[in-house]
Write a protein that binds this ligand. Structure first.
Ligand code: FDP
Length: 342
């Protein structure tokens, strides 16, 4: 009998245990961050269960409202947003919340206030809900700048100031990927235990990948460097094999694959959307934070994504993220185009 393997199977590293272990490395910590994370984890479990039951419960369908971006809201979006807002406020550890679904930032009432700001997209990839494709929740956590009255400036900080970021993917399994600033770890929900178990410790993205991921339907409106890069992926001139194209159209799923298999995920700007589509605070920043923590890079077409300083809570930015070498290649094309202009 393989006792070692057996011991491994019975010694489960739950996300709670993992976060408490991390906390113990900071003796000054009062556990506020762990409490906040446990409320986020609860939100993810709830949404996972709702997503799994959606077809049965007839939760799918339009709720008859439109969100800030003028998109039709689905019932699951509304439900997920409610769950996260309530879970975050009841943690007693938050002061400002920015959600993709709410036009204005939510300032938590003083009696329930804590020192953290949370930016999140409760259900990203919502156009995929009705066909059962993977969707997810994305979140990032900031600390208030000083302990003054909270203002929007507390959330309009560069992504580099994030303390933690993560996503939960509701797919063939429910996977939560988290970074608290020292590497990236992945946890899979064991439905029989109702616990997220560490299944992907210390995720490192391959230095170079074989996949590119972009909505090629927008190609006619792309700028020069993006078009050149995709051409290189398909018709490499250095004797290497062409890259494969994979595009789900659900950011969490596309980024998750990129993180595990390597390659590049892009949502560039184009003539119709000069700032791209994806939102800085709760899509670009958390995913860029995770990419860098896993050894990859993230670039906006002009600069390192995490150095952006957003001026508005729902601001958008073009994004190119993934394997270090692949992002390096597209950076070179953008810099060369910039030099030509000067
Ligand atoms: P969705 O519109 O379905 O909510 O930002 C939202 C997002 O999905 C991302 O998850 C996804 O990467 C992107 O939009 C897909 O956009 P396109 O349909 O334009 O490719």
């Amino acid at each position: 009998m393989d006792h070692e393997a057996d011991a491994h199977r019975t010694d489960l590293m739950t996300i709670t245990r993992f976060v408490l272990n991390e906390q113990s490395k900071h003796p000054e910590s009062r556990g506020d961050f762990s409490i906040l994370l446990s409320h986020i984890v609860l939100g993810c479990k709830f949404v996972c269960s709702a997503v799994n039951k959606a077809g049965l419960a007839k939760l799918i369908g339009l709720a008859g409202e439109t969100n800030v971006q003028g998109e039709e809201q689905k019932k699951l979006d509304v439900l997920s947003n409610d769950v996260f807002v309530k879970a975050l406020i009841s943690s007693g550890r938050t002061c400002i919340l920015v959600s993709e679904e709410d036009e204005e930032a939510i300032f938590v009432e003083p009696s329930k206030r804590g020192k953290y700001c949370v930016v999140f997209d409760p259900l990203d990839g919502s156009s995929n809900i009705d066909c059962g494709v993977s969707i997810g929740t994305i979140f990032g956590i900031y600390m208030m700048k000083d302990s003054h009255e909270p203002t929007l400036d507390d959330v309009l900080q560069p992504g580099n100031n994030m303390l933690a970021a993560g996503y939960c993917m509701y797919g063939s399994s429910c996977t939560l990927v988290l970074s608290t600033g020292s590497g990236v770890n992945g946890f899979t929900l064991d439905p029989s235990l109702g616990e997220f178990i560490l299944t992907h410790p210390d995720i490192k993205i391959p230095k170079k990948g074989k996949i590119y991921s972009v909505n090629e339907g927008n190609a006619k409106n792309w700028d020069g460097p993006t078009a050149k890069y995709v051409e290189k992926c398909k018709f490499p001139k250095d004797g290497s094999s062409p890259k494969s194209l994979r595009y789900i159209g659900s950011m969490v799923a596309d980024v998750h694959r990129t993180l595990l298999y390597g390659g590049i995920f892009m949502y560039p700007r184009d003539k119709k959307s000069p700032n791209g589509k994806l939102r800085v605070l709760y899509e670009v920043f958390p995913m860029s934070f995770l990419m860098e923590q896993a050894g990859g890079q993230s670039f906006t077409g002009k600069q390192r994504a995490l150095d952006l300083v957003p001026k508005k809570i729902h601001e958008r930015s073009p994004i190119f993220l993934g394997s270090y070498d692949d992002v390096e290649e597209i950076k070179a094309l953008f810099y060369a185009a910039e030099e030509k202009k000067e």
